[in-house]
Design a protein around this ligand. Structure first.
Ligand SMILES: Nc1ncnc2c1ncn2[C@@H]1O[C@H](COP(=O)(O)OP(=O)(O)OP(=O)(O)O)[C@@H](O)[C@H]1O
Length: 276
């Protein structure tokens, strides 16, 4: 059964959360349990409207979960939420903090707090060579040139790709370009990495290899996907429907409920429920 998304976000399903240290901020207000402690990821009543259309509605989350899944149908608002979490899009209401950093206002701080990998590496890459691409974020973080050079070399060496330093990015395959993006993000050593379906266009071995690298990364992963199986073993999950939280809680429960609802929708013989 799918909970209807409510503006106050205090629904039955929002009471199912709490894998690890996890709760919604609005609940603390309702229960009057005092000021929030600092959580790694904190969203407080985040809204986003574009041209009068509500794309995100009242998203609240406070969690230290190491592996967080965000599930939703096409057009439910997942990528928009990913961009807001990374500080790339300013919400029209509410507040986003990662590791205590206001990721919209403090862009330099945000670089060390949160990195993002998109499905299409070409939406991310801006420089012609691998070395320049990895250097950019490090320089933006305030590293001096010699530190940047060392850090880039160390990062490439870690992946056995030192020979790529001067490589032209347009000559790399999509999987190789995705690896460049991953190296650029890992070089900045962020506390949180957001994965917006980054393996969707990759072959199975490449996807498995990059997944293994990420699984061993010493940071929190926020994985955005349509596929409940991908996040079923995670610590915590959010199900987004129409830009609002329909359910959140232990990932296995959310994944199961999402899959059941999606199969039920899929078995209907029409497209009237297609979001968007
Ligand atoms: N900049 C924008 N201007 C207007 N509408 C937008 C903008 N960005 C997103 N939207 C709309 O917001 C809704 C959510 O889009 P979003 O890309 O976040 O969904 P999604 O869950 O990531 O979808 P998918 O799984 O298909 O990638 C969609 O209806 C989309 O058309």
């Amino acid at each position: 059964m799918v909970a209807s998304a409510r503006d106050d976000n205090v629904s039955y399903f929002s009471l199912l959360r709490c894998a690890g240290r996890c709760r919604t901020t609005s609940l603390s207000k309702v229960l009057n349990i005092g000021p929030s402690p600092a959580f790694l990821i904190e969203l407080d009543a985040v809204d986003l409207s574009v041209d009068g259309r509500d794309i995100l509605r009242g998203i609240s989350l406070a969690t230290d979960a190491r592996r967080l899944g965000i599930l939703g149908r096409n057009g439910s608002g997942k990528t928009t939420l990913a961009r807001v979490l990374a500080g790339l899009q300013k919400p029209t209401g509410g507040r986003v903090r990662i590791a205590g950093i206001d990721v919209v206002r403090d862009r330099r701080g945000a670089l060390g707090a949160v990195g993002i990998l998109f499905q299409n590496p070409d939406h991310q890459i801006i420089f012609p060579t691998v070395g320049e691409e990895i250097s950019f974020g490090l320089a933006q973080m305030g590293m001096i040139k010699s530190e940047v050079r060392n850090h880039v070399a160390q990062t490439l060496a870690r992946f056995g790709k030192l020979a790529w330093l001067e490589a032209a990015i347009h000559q790399l395959s999509q999987g190789q370009r995705q690896l460049v993006c991953l190296m650029a993000v890992l070089a900045m050593n962020p506390k949180v990495i957001i994965l917006d379906e980054p393996f969707a266009g990759l072959d199975i071995p490449t996807a498995m290899h990059l997944s293994r690298v990420l699984a061993h990364a010493n940071c929190t992963l926020v994985h955005i996907t349509h596929d409940p199986r991908v996040i079923a073993l995670y610590d915590h999950a959010l199900w987004i429907e129409g830009g609002a939280i329909a359910m959140q809680g232990p990932a296995a429960q959310v994944a199961q409920a999402f899959e059941t609802a999606m199969i039920e929708l899929g078995e209907r013989d029409d497209l009237t429920d297609l979001t968007g």
